[in-house]
Write a protein that binds this ligand. Sequence first.
Ligand code: C5P
Length: 232
Amino acid sequence: MGRDVIVACDFSSAEATYEFLDKFTGRKPFVKIGMELFYAAGPSIVKELKGRGHKVFLDLKLHDIPNTVKKAMSVLSNLDVDICNLHASGAIPMMEAALEGLTRADGTRPLLIAVTQLTSTDQETMERDLWIKEPIDQVVMHYAENAKKAGLDGVVCSPLEAEKVHDRCGKEFLTVTPGVRFADGDKGDQKRVMTPEQAKLIGSDYIVVGRPITAAADPVAAYERCVREFCD
Ligand code: C5P
């Protein structure tokens, strides 16, 4: 898969999601379904969106014992998602088990990427609550390398980390980056942001864009602008 824009469908119901996506009569965006929508609407929303021609990144961030994650991943694989994810802090055996669970009888599988440290965790929180004393940027790179060792396809990271992840883990190791804003747009609660064009220059493989598209007066035009700036 090449560079693409993934639209974060942070809606609370299937109806609201379909109402939003019905506006896209041309190119069908790659969409991200997070916990809120998945728990509200259930697995049928994945099937419905795939049936409508969307690629789906199912952002459920699994983290449990290897056997449980393996079995859960095989259920997600049967839903035919395109990308799913887990927490790298579940450690290498959990990540390897996840890959096993995802791999279908014919050898195909969805892409699997890891969350390193949540962007809501800063150095102070990590030291105080998690008892991890190393610098957070090194922890992020160490987790990315663990994901690579386990055979995963990439990580979710800040666009500001994408270049470093590629240097450490190779150009083909995917970086999926949220925190994207138009140069003339509102940052909202995101602190460290990049424009789609900057994200392209530093080598992000996928950008995840929510409110700049979902809250735009013309979401289709905002999506197309993102695609122009990031993919072309
Ligand atoms: O609306 P906005 O563009 O900020 O949405 C970004 C999306 O990416 C949301 O679904 C958010 O939960 C997700 N995300 C993030 N930062 C992370 C991981 C995920 O913004 N570190």
